[in-house]
Structure formats: C-alpha cells, structure tokens
Design a protein around this ligand. Sequence first.
Ligand SMILES: [Zn+2]
Length: 428
Amino acid sequence: MLVLHDPATLKHQIVELLDCKPIPAYESPTRIEVLVAAIQASVPQHSLRTIVSSFTSASLNSSSLAPAPSSGDLLGRFLSETHDKDYLRHLSHIFDDIIRAQIDVDGSSELSAAEAEAEYERIKATEFSEFVVLPETFRPPMRTRNGLNTGALEQNVRAPKDIFGRHGFYTYDMATGVGKDTWAAACASAHLAVVGAELIVPKAKVPGVSREDSHKNVFAMCRPPGHHCTTDMAGGYCYLNNAVVAIQALRYHHAAQRLQQQEIDEQPAHPRITVLDLDFHHGNGTQAAFYEDPTVLYISIHGEGEYPYYTGYPEETGTGLGAGFNINLPLAMATADEYLDKLQVAVDHMKAYKPEYIVVSLGFDTFRGDPLGNFMIDTPDYERIARKVREEELLSGTPSLILLEGGYMVEKLGVNLLSFLKGWEGLA
Ligand SMILES: [Zn+2]
C-alpha cells in the first residue's frame, strides 16, 4: 500500500490536563516515528512517500484561507469548505498572539522592545516550546431560569476579543492546546488527507498521459488526528477534520475527472462515500459534518459512554435528507469476536449503500491495554477486521483512503498497522 507521511506532522507537541494533572499529551510525535519505521521495514509490501506541504508557511497569512483553486494548492479551499473561517484564523494566530502578549513585545514590560523580540525569537526557535495555549474558560450555556435556550441570549455569544479568553470559545476540552507548531502540523496532516484523496480517484483516460499515479488504496499518516474536530471547535487532540477535508477533496477531484472524461458537461452530483470510523472514540466532528447529507454514510464502532461522552448514541441516525445515513454502533468492553459481530452490521450497511469511495478513520486505541480505551483487540485481530470489510465482493474494489486517528500504546502501533494493512490489501 502507498503510505503518505509528512515530517512536519512530528513538530506538534503539547501537554494536556488528564485526571486533573498536566502531562505530556498521549498523542505524541513518537507515534508517527514508530509507524514510519514499521513501514520502512516492510518495503516492498508497502511504500512510504514523503510529502512536504507548501501550504503551512503561506497559510499564516489569513488571506490565503480564501478559496483559491488556481493557486495550485487546494488545501485552503477544502479547509474553508470544512471549517469556519474565524476558527481557522484563530488557530493560525493564537499561539503567536499569546506569546507576544505574555512577553509584552509591544514594550510596556520591563524588557526593552529589543529584549522582548529576542525572547519571542528564542521561544519560536526552541525545538518544543514550553508554552501551550489551553482554554481558560468554555462557552457557557445560555439558558433562562426556566431552562429554555433563548435566542436573545445566544445571539450574543461570540469569540471574545480578549486573547486569553478566546481559545475556550474554539475548543471543548483540555487535551487540545495549541503549541508553536500546532497549526503547521495540523495543516500538514490535512494536506496528507487531500493528497491521498486525489490519488485514489480513478483517473480519466487521457491519450498520452500516464495513469501511474493512481492507487486503489492509500494510507495517510495523519497527525494530529481529525475526527473529533467540528466546524469551529478543536477537541480530542483534533484541530482540523482530516476526514471531512478529504471528502471535500474527493468530491472535487471526482467531479474534475468526470468532466475531463466528458461523461457529463455540468457539475456532477457528489459521489457516495462511506466513512468507516474504527477509532475507539466516536467521531463526533465527522458525524456532525454530514448529519444532513445522504451522500456520506457515516458508520462508527466505538466505546459506549466514552470520550467525547455526549455523542455516539444509536439513536443518532441523521436528519433531513441525511436521515438513515448515520449509524452508531457503540460497544462496551469488546472482545475481538464481539467487535467483529458489530463490524458485520457495519459491512451490511455499506453493501446496501454501495459507496464509490471508502474513507476509514483508523484508530489503534481499540488495542488491548491502550491507555485511552478498554477494548480487547489483539494484533492479529486487525487483519481479521480489515479482511471482513475488504473480502466483501461489493466492497473489495472500492477505492479507499485510510486516515490515521488515535492509538496510544506506542510500542504496538507498528505491528498493529502492518496487521491491518495486510488484511486490507488481501496480502498472503
Ligand atoms: Zn480515539
């Protein structure tokens, strides 16, 4: 399988508050280092392609968040289709804004302006900054005394001008702070999803043009992960929703190829896409993005009553045109056999839907002993899980993009990934 990796995803490193204590976040750069090593050791069964995004530095200029398909870099367009523009602007600026405010670069502190600027440059130059922007407060509920939400109060809820208050408007937990390289890493991560999406779209048959760079399956080694991130809130280590961004990219390239093949002469309907979310945690952000959309079938198997705590119930089945296209399959303390039974339900839904593309949100926090999960899946079970999907005749040939989400038992990540990829590609 083709595996995509960007070294910029390793730069992001933060602390989180867990069990009332600040600790180095479980979502660490080491996760990617061990996965890269595992893929490198598995060549030629799998191939590793290093992708370097040109987007990250330019994107610090907020104007580049505007849709700009002609720029040659479509990430900005897909990000602005996925996320609120003020949220993107916040993420790209908040670290700098707060560091500058803390060291008072503007000159009213005891430091001279030159000393303050030198301090700012020192912080930016450290490999991992000691500063992490965490929320000071969260959006409070706006209810009147009789418990009803009132539009009159809610309409005043807006991002605070105070920069120390602002991150709480744009996140919903204490695991998703912003460090100095968080924005760059999040953009690199989403960019891998975009590149992967383009590679799995079947290419138009153009005389004289090679179709070599077309793949049935791609694994994008995304970090930070994405499935908890909503339109305008970071959460659960996620800052940009890579799966949603990938689907914007799939739609774009799918339409472009069909237009090129002259199968159609106007903008085609969206392709049918299934998101199969196999992370231990419910992908609330991805669910929300497509809750009213019948062109995306979202299916999640996840820990019952676990993070993010407020979503993932079986009763959440979609609404409006999307009614019936959201399937939640929560499980308590699953063994591999119980998990595979649930997966059969997911597969049956997928067969009925007949997706044109499959996006897998793949987390290894379902592994036995993972610090953030309680399932009892062992390494060989990942191959069984993957085979169960891919050995279905109707699903075996569907182009698929696999995106890395969670998984925190670092020493087992490599073997677990290789087990899954072996099953997904049907390797002997
Ligand atoms: Zn997870």
